[in-house]
Design a protein around this ligand. Sequence first.
Ligand code: AMP
Length: 215
Amino acid sequence: MKIIMLGAPGAGKGTRAAMIAEHYGIPHISTGDIFRANLKAGTALGLEAKQYMDAGALVPDDLTVKILLDRVSQDDCKEGYVLDGFPRTINQAEVLEEELKKLNDKIDFAIDVDVSDEVIEERMGGRRVCVKCSATFHIVHAPTKIDGVCDKCEGETILRADDAPETVRQRLKVYHEQTRPLIEFYNNKGILRMVSGSGSITDALAAVIEVLNQG
Ligand code: AMP
């Protein structure tokens, strides 16, 4: 099963992608995570991606497509995968489609996680991430016991540069201009499925399975 998660930044794609990956026993592939891991390791790719990420912009397609295609060609992707944060442009979607076609393969479903911009601004502005273990918290919905200190490893929790309010607004603008057209792209192919990103997270996996079982 090959699944794409669509939705604005902060819509809850990542949480759902992780649940789906575990349920179907397939890898969860997040291009954002790959960039962040590269940045942590100090690679040239990570440093190049950082300037775009911190500005709320998209990393150029040539770079992003290459790392994604490398990743999905690995052995653990043979039975499928869940893509989280890729594609983010029509061009990325078309390149992926062409590469899969060469292998006589295709994406089975694109799941759009639907949330309003207002909810996203509130969610991301309140998000805090541990600099040491990357655990995430929220100042209102999932606060740390001690302000600014990670519950899991006692590392410092911070507002990620790309979660800062002005960056979030920029990311939403980029989303509406460049990524949202993918909803129509996959709808036209008959593989788009919609789920709400506002409901309880405990029901999220069941909601996804339900739309996938509709065929
Ligand atoms: P995410 O964790 O998915 O929100 O991604 C964080 C940042 O990584 C984004 O704001 C972009 O700067 C960059 N990024 C991740 N995936 C892509 C992609 N498919 N195309 C371009 N940039 C991306």
